[in-house]
Design a protein around this ligand. Structure first.
Ligand code: PLP
Length: 386
């Protein structure tokens, strides 16, 4: 499998930091906020009370009940605990779903630009990733028509990710409705990765495709988790909700590979569901403030243009105006070379768009302080001024 570009760049940045170099990073995809105190406390108490043993493989029944409550309250989704599985992060839930569904040669439609882990996981299972283009002019919003063109009798899964990492785009509701109709007509599964569902801007509302009608719900595995919404990346609690036979198969897979996720983290996740939720609003307001700032700064750099992301904490600027140019005597032909140049010469870590099948762009995470964002934008502006 190819390594994760974003992690590699982040580790290079960390190493430069360790060597005392003046560097800032836009590379990492995790909230810079700490896990709220009441959630941490629940984890501590669970540990002290002896919740340190294996949990049942699909997750503590009380957490699965809590997740059903959350899905109903937030997105109108109706599931029972036996239709929910708790995994070691949303990433793990997604891969478990793929292992449970895919046979060698099956095709998986992946709208691009996309998170790099999707195609790598599909290939590992000897299935075939089929990329579905989205258009920069449409802010990378997936259109059902583009998806339909790629459907074949071998199409087994369509992967949806709205809001999307890396573009920050969301699929418009009327397109979600059309995609649901395609799934029912052609009988493919949908894995809907909704990990960024709470991080949306400008009054937009996240739509869960499984909520559209019972026929599409039967074909959908909704993946979500606590990492982004509750700033709990290191706790490793994610989940999937879907048709019982698939969830049961995922439990069988998980039973052999990892067993249940760690028990005290599951107790903390229960506290996250039932505790105060205003933390999320505060976090999203802060992301929004940073989003407006970074987009404005990026658009003021010659050779760079950036639309305002609809959700997530990523900006995805078009930097094609900086390519095929020479900076400080160094030729920069593509975004990998641009990323290396920016880190080596300007001390700013970014992820090249080619890592997401989005050449010509960079992914900049604004899950970092305003101070880092300001300094990072100054460095990019310096590079753009050549
Ligand atoms: N899906 C997408 C698109 C992501 O960007 C991530 C994390 O970066 C995940 C899923 C998985 O998150 P976790 O495994 O921490 O729940």
């Amino acid at each position: 499998m190819a390594p994760s570009f974003a992690l590699e760049i982040h580790y290079r940045y960390k190493e430069m930091l360790r060597q005392g170099k003046d560097v800032v990073s836009f590379a990492v995809g995790e909230p810079d906020f700490d896990t709220p105190a009441h959630i941490k406390q629940a984890g501590i108490e669970a540990t002290e009370q002896g919740w340190t043993k294996y949990s049942v493989t699909p997750g503590l029944p009380e957490l699965r009940e809590a997740i059903c409550h959350l899905l109903k309250k937030r997105y109108g989704l109706e599931y029972g605990p036996s239709e929910v599985i708790v995994s070691v992060g949303g990433k793990h839930a997604m891969v478990n779903a793929m292992i449970s569904i895919l046979n060698p040669g099956d095709e998986v439609l992946i709208p691009i630009p996309a998170w790099f882990s999707y195609a790598e996981s599909v290939k590992l299972l000897d299935a075939v990733p089929v990329f579905v283009p989205t258009r920069k002019e449409e802010e990378f919003q997936l259109k059902a028509g583009a998806l339909e063109k790629k459907i074949t009798p071998r199409t087994k899964i369509v992967l949806l990710n709205s809001p999307c990492n890396p573009t920050g785009s969301m699929i418009q509701e009327e397109e979600v409705v059309k995609i649901a109709a395609l799934a029912v007509k052609h009988r493919f599964y949908i894995i809907s990765d909704e990990i960024y569902s709470e991080i949306v801007f400008d009054g937009r509302k996240h739509v869960s495709i499984a909520n559209l009608d019972p026929k599409v719900k039967e074909l959908t595995i909704t993946v979500n988790g606590f990492s982004k919404a509750y700033a709990m990346t290191g706790w490793r609690v994610g989940y999937a909700a879907g048709p019982r036979p698939i969830i049961t198969a995922m439990g069988n897979v998980q039973g052999h590979f990892t067993s249940g996720t760690n028990t005290m983290a599951q107790k903390a996740a229960i506290a996250a569901v039932y505790g105060p939720q205003d933390f999320i609003r505060g976090m999203v307001e802060e992301y929004d403030r940073r989003r407006r700032y970074i987009v404005k700064r990026l658009n003021s750099i010659p050779g760079v243009s950036c639309f305002a992301p609809h959700g997530t904490f990523y900006a995805f600027p078009d930097v094609s105006g900086l390519l095929n140019r020479t900076f400080r005597g160094r030729r920069v032909r593509n975004t990998i070379e641009l990323g290396n140049y920016l880190l080596d010469s300007e001390g700013v870590a970014v992820v090249p768009g080619s890592a997401f099948e989005g050449e010509g762009h960079l992914r900049l995470s604004f899950a970092c302080s305003m101070e880092v964002i300001k300094s990072g934008c100054d460095r990019l502006a310096k590079a753009g001024a050549f």
